[in-house]
Design a protein around this ligand. Structure first.
Ligand code: FES
Ligand SMILES: [Fe+2]
Length: 438
């Protein structure tokens, strides 16, 4: 439970808000590079409560500037890309990508434009994504080269989900919530499968969960009841662990929450980028190893795939994909969840740890310090390997360990004395038989 003040502190993201200032210290993805084309080189972006225009100029460089012209506030989205910048369509003021005003065609005094500084943020491209940095320029870190963005022996896809109509923290707290998977994902699908009649929509869209078959009692892989779960802070955020029923406790461990607003699952990274206090953009990069594991030359930026809507025409959640399950869970908490009304238990330990981390880092920034997880050392940034959830033999993406792209780590190498482990009591989440209660 949080007081109203604490809830505001951890959720509000606009300019000048403590959490907004923290999030501005990290490069945030704003679009897939393929979303800008020769025919459509501009795109409106709203991020952290700021309305901006992203553009690609004639030289292939990217600009990200405040949408409202500094003269009379007209949208620069309708401006012209010319003469080294973007020219407002109203009276022709021209801005470069650093926010300098290069021309004011009707103004006789050049000092007037020289004093002007239009909002502008640097943009960098990596792994097919465009990242923006909106913090103080003198504090700008490197764009982190997460492994899935840096590996060159496979293909990437950028996946866009429909806008999430809730505050970013509801999505990110879910990354610290292990136990939700059993009911929200697995039991939801099982209930749907039981009701399924020929031709209705009870089927799972896309890939089924690993080893999961509707109604099967001999489950393997994801979807079995947990016997234990645990949490541990680590260099880049928070690790979760779990052990399935009937499994040795040295097996099974979790995928990491990457601070402040990411989740790593197998070979996917999910970013939860706040649009404003009540809406969030989900951007995913998925890495697939090449057939023979050899290097591939990616001549073009990765394709951008748009996920099917998760809300049906009648306004209900489709509940037939993991994404629609999560969207239901997060959005129905309210557009900005009132955490003074929640009741956290032991299984919410991950959420408590994450909030503590967030609060501490907000305070560090407030005091003028450097928050955790910024990358400044180019050597360390060649390829930042993230430990993944990998002890399940038939993982679709498991091959990237076998092929030696990344080193598989043992549980002991990953977890230490900070690892807090909890037992799941026998009951609805852990049937005594060890079956999954189908
Ligand atoms: S409003 Fe943009 S130049 Fe006048
Ligand atoms: Fe989920």
């Amino acid at each position: 439970m949080l007081s109203n003040d604490e809830n505001q502190l951890l959720t509000r993201v606009g300019p000048g808000t403590p959490c907004g200032e923290l999030l501005r210290r990290y490069w945030q993805p704003i679009a897939g590079a393929r979303e800008l084309t020769e025919e459509q080189p501009k795109k409106r972006i709203k991020i952290l409560g700021e309305e901006l225009v992203l553009y690609r100029d004639d030289n292939g460089g990217y600009g990200l500037v405040g949408e409202r012209c500094s003269h009379r506030g007209t949208s620069l989205y309708y401006g012209f890309l010319e003469d080294g910048g973007i020219r407002c369509a109203y009276h022709g003021w021209l801005y470069d990508r650093t926010g300098r005003c290069l021309e004011q065609p009707f103004e006789p005094n050049p000092k007037f434009r020289e004093q002007m500084l239009h909002p502008a943020y640097p943009v960098e491209k990596l792994g097919g994504l465009l990242f923006a940095y909106m913090g103080p320029q003198e504090r700008k870190p490197l764009v982190p080269r997460w492994d899935i963005l840096a590996w060159n022996n496979g293909h990437r896809a950028v996946i866009r989900q429909e806008t999430l109509n809730c505050n970013w923290l509801q999505a990110e707290e879910n990354s610290a919530d292990i136990t939700h998977t059993y009911f929200l994902h697995i039991q939801t699908l099982r209930h749907r499968a039981h009701k399924q009649t020929a031709g209705n929509s009870g089927e799972f869209r896309g890939d089924p969960p690993l080893g999961w078959r509707p109604g099967a009692s001999d489950q393997v892989g994801f979807g079995r009841p947990f016997a234990k779960y645990g949490f541990q802070p680590f260099e880049w955020g928070l690790l979760k662990s779990w052990v399935y029923e009937g499994e040795h406790s040295s097996e099974g461990w979790g995928h990491p929450l990457i601070f402040p607003n990411m989740l790593r699952i197998s070979a996917q990274m999910h970013w939860r980028v706040p649009i404003d206090d009540h809406r969030t953009e989900i951007i995913i990069v998925h890495f697939r190893l090449s057939e023979d594991g050899r290097e591939v030359e990616e001549r073009e930026d990765p394709l951008v795939e748009y996920m099917a809507p998760q809300v049906l025409a009648k306004g209900e959640y489709a509940m037939d994909t993991f994404f629609s399950h999560d969207k239901m869970a997060w959005e129905t908490q309210g557009s900005l969840f009132d955490r003074s009304k929640e009741h956290l238990g032991e299984s919410d330990r991950g959420i408590i740890l994450f909030r503590k981390m967030l609060k501490e880092q907000i305070e560090i920034v407030r005091q003028g310090g450097e928050p955790r997880g910024l990358v400044r050392d180019p050597e360390k940034n060649t390829c930042i390997e993230l430990v993944g959830w990998q002890n399940e033999g038939d993982l679709r993406t498991g091959s990237y360990w076998a092929d030696g792209i990344a080193r598989k780590r043992s549980r002991d190498e990953v977890f230490d004395e900070r690892h807090e482990v909890f037992d799941v009591p026998y009951g609805a989440a852990r049937p005594r038989s060890g079956a999954t209660g189908s």
